[in-house]
Design a protein around this ligand. Structure first.
Ligand SMILES: C[S@@+](CC[C@H](N)C(=O)[O-])C[C@H]1O[C@@H](n2cnc3c(N)ncnc32)[C@H](O)[C@@H]1O
Length: 301
């Protein structure tokens, strides 16, 4: 990765440590290993009998994680797989059930800065947004290929952007002259639609934040993947094993909350976090990304 973090700080680390009592022989699945920040913390509790399984769709993250997790006493198994396929992944490595299944959803700051990922509205990059470069459709394909209504619906549904129709109209207008191929090109089109400059603020967030979120969710099928992952977890946890999920926007958090609630009603889970755990002020000041993180934990009955 061309922007490897010198010191990567996993979000809500202390709060997670307090909640998850791992033993030296625990089996831990980190479904979003990223830069292995959380996994290194989990591994501190694991001994020679412990197993850490890490998944990620981004090959560069896995390479970084592999280096970072070398020389641990526990067994480490890293797979370039989508967490939607978690059941098959565990089957592949001969694990029947885990003590902890953890996911820290979304993207790492290193991926945001990675020029090959094309995710940032702050820097000029090729408009791509695929976390898994084996996927076929990029953000540029969507922006230049979908009709106006489809674009508006997508930006509204996944970005919760109230100006979705204006933005979709602007995209369709400007792409007639030339395809929108870069992140800053798209920012320019969004700002023209909203009548603002990239540095002006309609609110606390950048004017392109919601549209970029919508495109990233669509390109990476993020909500479908999360739904399949959440459905698979109960069958893959040991009794008293825990599912812990950190989400960063309300679409994801609602899905996690609803899944845990349904499993509680079905007598499958006990919900450990009645309200989601959020970062305290010192962490938010140190790591602004933690501001929107919500951690929910459930225990298998
Ligand atoms: C927020 S980062 C995780 C950071 C990690 N907890 C750490 O401390 O370094 C999310 C990671 O999940 C990966 N990811 C996103 N969607 C995925 C999916 N469906 N399956 C597997 N990995 C995914 C991303 O590539 C990214 O590396």
């Amino acid at each position: 990765m061309n922007n490897m973090p010198a010191e990567h700080k996993p979000v809500l680390a202390q709060r997670i440590r307090d909640q998850l009592k791992l033993k030296s022989d625990s089996v831990v699945v980190d479904a979003t290993i990223g830069f292995a920040g959380h996994s290194r913390m989990f591994a501190e509790s694991l001994g020679r009998e412990g197993v850490l399984i890490g998944l990620d769709v981004d090959q560069k993250c896995l390479e970084f994680a592999r280096q970072s997790l070398s020389n641990l006493p526990c067994k480490v198994l890293l797979l370039r797989r989508n967490f939607a396929e978690i059941a098959d992944c565990l089957n592949q490595v001969g694990i029947e059930a885990a003590d902890l299944i953890f996911a820290d959803l979304g993207i790492c700051s290193g991926q945001l800065a990675d020029i090959d990922r094309g995710l940032s509205f702050q820097q000029d990059m090729k408009l791509d947004m695929r976390l898994d470069d084996r996927l076929d459709v990029t953000a540029a394909d969507i922006v230049n290929g979908r009709d106006e209504k489809d674009l508006a619906d997508l930006i509204f549904k996944f970005g919760q952007e109230r100006a979705s129709r204006r933005i979709a109209r602007s995209i369709v207008h400007y792409r007639k002259a030339a395809k929108i191929k870069t992140t800053t090109g798209l920012v320019d089109v969004i700002c023209r639609a909203l009548g603002c400059s990239p540095t002006s603020r309609r609110s606390k967030i950048h004017p392109a934040t919601k549209t970029f979120q919508a495109l990233r969710i669509a390109v990476n099928n993020e909500l479908e993947n999360l739904s399949e992952f959440l459905e698979a977890i109960p069958l893959l946890l040991k009794k008293d094993g825990r599912a812990a999920v950190i989400s960063f926007h309300s679409l994801e958090d609602k899905m996690v909350k609803e899944n845990f609630r349904q499993n509680k009603t079905a007598g499958v889970y006990n919900i450990i976090t009645k309200k989601p755990i959020m970062a305290l002020r010192p962490e938010v000041l140190e790591n602004p990304r933690s501001r929107s993180a919500k951690l929910r934990i459930a225990e298998k009955l």
